[in-house]
Design a protein around this ligand. Structure first.
Ligand code: BDR
Ligand code: CA
Length: 298
C-alpha cells in the first residue's frame, strides 16, 4: 500500500532531492507540491519545483505557489547555501507547465501525510483555516545546535510564528531536525555512484557537488546532509529514524533564540507530548535507500 503525500517545500538542493526520492519510491504517492518562500523567494522556489518535476518526467503533478513571506516577519533567504536561483549547480530543463490554481487543502484527504521541508508558513495558514491535517512529517528544528543562528535551524527561524501555530495545533507531527540529518552525510563517493545513472542521477550528483561546498566550509564535513530527503525517507520507511514522543515549544520573542525548537525530551515542563522528535538515524541505510532509488529514475 502506498501512502499519499503532499510536499510543502522551498527548493532548495535537498528539497529537490526529497521530491526525486518520493517520485522514485513506490511506498509513497506524491499528490502535489506546494511551494513557500524560504531558501529563495517563492517565484524561484516554484520555478525550481516545476523544473524538478520536468526533469523526472512528472510535470503531471500539480505545483501550487504558496506564501511569499513569513506570517509576521521579513523573509530571510539562504543564497549562501543554495545560490541565487535557490538551485544553483546543475542545468535543469525549463518547465513546460505553469503553477496550478488548486487549493492544496483539497489534496489533504484522510490518509494523506503532509511533508513540509521548508518554513511552516503555508501549513500554519491551513491550520488557521481549520483544514483537517492527519499527520505532518517536517524537516526542521533541532534539539541541539542551530544552523542559521547558534540557536535555530533555518526552517524554524524563517517563520517561528508559523512553527508555533503548527506545533500548538494538535496535529500529530514528526520533527526531523539537524540532530539526525547531520548524522547522514552524502559524500563525493555517493555522488559518483549516481553521476552516470541517467539525468536524475547526474542532477543529484551535481546538486550535491554545489551543496557540499557550504558544508565543507562551515562544518568541515566530508559530505552534505540531505536534510529534506530524510523526512520523505521517514514516511517510506519509519524504521530509519528513531523518535521520542515529547513536548516541543517554539521561541518567538527572544533576541538570541528566535526560532529555537525547545525540545523537552525528559518532560520536565509537564507540557503535552506534541511531537515525535528524531534522535537517531540508521545513516548507512538511509543513504543506500536514497542512492538506490534515485538510480532507478530515468
Ligand atoms: C533546511 O534549511 C534549508 O536550507 C534546507 O532546504 C532544509 O530544509 C535545513 O536547515
Ligand atoms: Ca528545504
Amino acid at each position: 500500500m502506498s501512502t499519499p503525500i503532499v510536499i510543502d517545500c522551498d527548493p532548495g538542493h535537498d528539497d529537490a532531492i526529497a521530491i526525486l526520492l518520493a517520485l522514485a519510491s513506490p511506498e509513497v504517492e506524491l499528490r502535489g507540491i506546494v511551494t513557500v518562500a524560504g531558501n529563495q523567494t517563492v517565484d524561484k522556489t516554484t520555478r525550481n519545483a516545476l523544473k524538478v518535476l520536468e526533469l523526472a518526467g512528472r510535470a503531471d503533478i500539480p505545483v501550487v505557489s504558496g506564501a511569499d513571506a513569513p506570517l509576521r516577519r521579513p523573509l530571510r533567504t539562504a543564497p549562501h547555501v543554495h545560490g541565487e536561483s535557490g538551485l544553483d549547480g546543475p542545468d535543469l530543463p525549463e518547465p513546460s507547465t505553469e503553477p496550478s490554481r488548486d487549493d492544496p487543502a483539497e489534496w489533504l484527504e484522510p490518509g494523506v501525510v503532509l511533508v513540509p521541508t521548508g518554513p511552516l508558513t503555508n501549513v500554519a495558514r491551513l491550520v488557521e483555516r481549520g483544514v483537517a491535517i492527519e499527520r505532518i512529517v517536517w524537516m526542521g528544528g533541532a534539539i541541539g545546535e542551530g544552523n542559521i543562528t547558534p540557536a535555530a535551524e533555518f526552517n524554524a527561524f524563517v517563520d517561528p510564528e508559523a512553527a508555533a501555530i503548527v506545533f500548538g495545533s494538535g496535529v500529530p507531527i514528526t520533527m526531523i531536525g539537524l540532530d539526525v540529518t547531520h548524522k547522514a552525510l552524502f559524500t563525493r563517493e555517493h555522488a559518483d555512484r549516481l553521476r552516470g545513472r541517467g539525468s536524475a542521477g547526474r542532477v543529484v550528483a551535481e546538486l550535491s557537488d554545489f551543496f557540499q561546498v557550504f558544508h565543507e566550509r562551515r562544518y568541515g564535513f566530508d559530505g552534505s546532509p540531505i536534510h529534506d530527503a530524510m523526512a520523505v525517507a521517514h514516511v517510506i520507511d519509519p524504521t530509519l529514524v528513531t523518535t521520542v514522543h515529547c513536548n516541543v515549544g517554539i521561541e518567538t520573542s527572544s533576541r538570541l533564540c528566535d526560532g529555537r525548537t525547545v525540545v523537552d525530551r525528559w518532560l520536565v515542563t509537564g507540557g503535552p507530548r506534541n511531537a515525535h522528535v528524531g534522535v537517531d538515524v540508521d545513516a548507512p541505510r538511509f543513504l543506500e535507500l536514497l542512492i538506490e532509488r534515485i538510480a532507478t529514475l530515468p
